[in-house]
Design a protein around this ligand. Sequence first.
Ligand SMILES: Cc1ncc(COP(=O)(O)O)c(C=O)c1O
Length: 371
Amino acid sequence: MTSHAIRKPQPRPEILGIDPYVPGKSHVPGLAKVHKLSSNESPLGPSPKAVEAVHALADSLEFYPDGASTALREAIGRRYGLDPSRIICGNGSDELMALLAQVFVHPGEEGLYSQYGFLTYPICIRAAGGIPVVAEETDKTANVDALLGKVNDRTRIVYLANPSNPTGTYLPFSEVKRLHAGLPPHTLMVIDAAYAEYVTRNDYAAGIELASSADNVIMTRTFSKVHGLASLRIGWAYGSAHVLDALNRVRGPFNLNGAAQAAGAASVEDTAHLERAITHNSRWLPWLSEAIAELGIEVTPSVANFLLLTFPKQSGRTAAEADAFLSARGLILRSVAAYGLPDSLRLTVGGEEANKHVVASLAEFMRGKGG
Ligand SMILES: Cc1ncc(COP(=O)(O)O)c(C=O)c1O
């Protein structure tokens, strides 16, 4: 067919191989009050100081924001003791993840991630013209040997969510370092630490140390989870000057809107609010894990703000039936069939009322009173 015969603009062929990302549900038709436990959002909401900052911005909406997100990068730098020139902010860490593939994956070369890794990774890799390669997990946990076994000369990027979503499992820092040590220097390792704040294990580290010292490591973080600012889309990453320079050339000139910058800077300084969110999670994560496991539902040990629940295959007790049963009671969980986990649902740690409602409803479901 000549180009004249093609009657519509044609996307690059690899784009049509992408399954669009499907976000967690937020409504149940016919129910006014629901508990949305499908997107790992914070039940405590944002810092009041972040809300104030957004209100204050309403008086100057006609002005472009600072294209370099300077105040936000400086606030993050102060909080974590990092050089702000090695921080880049993104319209959600999603944006940064996509830019990383666009910049570092050469068309036809490979991007690697772990079996149940976050579903945006293959989207980013494909959109950049790369080939997604998956390494099997062990006990729903990333396996460093399996990842290293898939690395070759064509591997340009490795995405590691630590803790991982949707499993909630994590790799100790010693394992993250072992993964890095086995990568060739031209392979960029992206440590996606979206849930880092929630982790209370001594052998965990978000990756700042590696991203400080290695030219081929970048750590991404988000304000969407513990900061309760998902709606504003604020992510950031910390890495080498070399990687940041490339990202800064391709990001949108004003990729973070003014409200996001102001709210993010206010939130990062409100350590008391963050502590409250972490304390809440540390109380309810084990409570939910134990109460749900007692009902005969398999609970994958989690260090994040959500739990992967695996249901029996038996009719009347399946994940799909549990999803419908809970939805009818205003409890929205996340189906994770698209991750290859059709027998599981992901539950975000909610507020006290939601958590108790979930356990009572699951108990009813497992007793078989679902009707
Ligand atoms: C592992 C992981 N990384 C990144 C993100 C996206 O974060 P953001 O809202 O900053 O794009 C999520 C959100 O669900 C996540 O689970």
